[in-house]
Design a protein around this ligand. Sequence first.
Ligand code: G1P
Ligand code: ZN
Length: 543
Amino acid sequence: MQIETIATRPIDGQKPGTSGLRKRVSVFMEPHFLENYVQAVWQGIGGAKGATLVLGGDGRYFNDRAAQVVLRMAAAEGVTKVIVGQNAILSTPAASHLIRSRKATGGIILSASHNPGGPEGDFGLKYNGSNGGPAPESVTEKIFAATKTISEYRILSAHDVDLSAIGTHRMGEMEVEVVDPVTDYAMLMESLFDFDAIAKMFAGGFTMVFDAMHAVTGPYAKAIFEDRLGAAPGSVLNAVPLPDFGGGHPDPNPIWAKDLMDRMMGPHAPDFGAASDGDGDRNMILGRGIYVTPSDSLAALAANATLAPAYKGGLKGLARSMPTSGAVDRVAEKLGLDCYETPTGWKFFGNLLDAGRITICGEESAGTSSDHVREKDGLWAVLLWLNILAEKKQPVAELMADHWKSYGRNYYTRHDYEEVETAIADAMVDEIRGRLDDLPGSAAGPLTVEAADEFAYHDPVDGSVAEQQGLRFQLSGGGRVVIRLSGTGTVGATVRVYLERLETDPAKLDADPQEALAPIIEAAEALTGLKARTGRTGPDVIT
Ligand code: G1P
Ligand code: ZN
């Protein structure tokens, strides 16, 4: 076996986004594209000679081929050992856990999360560090810099490793340990939650459906919910992972998990419904007749977490990404906990978790997790909900109604405009940025702007600063609008408009969010002129 050095040239567009590098599969499969980026990762992390790495992905199209390329390049780099999920499969939280539990140097996760898969879909790669979390910006910047100067990469000419066979293999000098993707993760979950109490609830007739969306969580969910906790066989829907996710869009929200949504709103709905995304880090929570928004779910989990064994001793603090609703802040206030506001993207929670400042954190985009890993964790959120329900013995809708009575309700919605021409989106952001200082006091539709700024984050742990993290507007009547451009899209720009208002009047807690937010939606359009600029009549996706 021989290490080949291949001459190459920098390829444009290899800047990592909110969560690693994501591109169309066809782009990732272009000559040298993947190899250039992997070589840049080695360089960005200061070399990987002697390292122990974890490798796995969400099973999407090209996952298996890409894994073999990463292995051959790891062998050429002098990596000592790679721990790989069987068939190169690992959910993102399971990968994070393996990195931590095996004290690995880091890991490579092959995923484009909730983006569609298949030959026409997307692919992605991200590097996580030794804490199990996504590389911080200081590292992703070095990786990006390396993509711009690369002139060669090294790869071992070797046969594929049989990744279907659990056990130890070799590739050149490097050890390749193939592990069952589910076992360690399921044990971790069992150590955090009261599985007996949850099993008792199922034995008592509690019903649930979990939609794995033909993505990575199917085998995890079957093993945990059906095999260990005794949920009725068939409770896990779309449980077989497919390279194209069955042609669906593996994003757990009311739009893309519509069948589940309809079922939970229908006459014979089970007690509990949930879904996860392509790589298993997102979650959607439903009760009979109720969809719990991710922001509300974060707040409810934080308020009740001490009912689960792992959090019995209390929480250290809480955090949410800036565009996430303020519902969790109200819980923090009541519990006397610090609550941090971070930019969008899980990587910003890492320092707070590592420093022991927070226990639970989340994002409005259906990501919630705790200090048990350094990624968001879809099944963890579902299990914490189940543990809480097993203790409180009340329906989800009732639990949320009680929650809103105690804390008020942060009406919340996000409007996405997808595949907007990049130039139009950039021009809009620049133009609004230019008049931020003049906005306070001026009218925005039916409301008045009270404050306007652009969010910048000063990391309290390492002092790093992340600028231009979203335009924020405080409006009269307590409303808030946030505008930012997605950092995960692969075609054009996605403009996200986040809309929120707190309601504390007990008589007004049952409104439809789109109606409760109508004046704020109007104000957002007045502030941005988004519809006129894009020629659209409304958002493509409302969550
Ligand atoms: C989106 C979400 C963000 C999440 C990220 C990765 O990023 O908004 O909360 O962390 O996906 O799952 P965006 O496309 O908005 O940059
Ligand atoms: Zn994901």
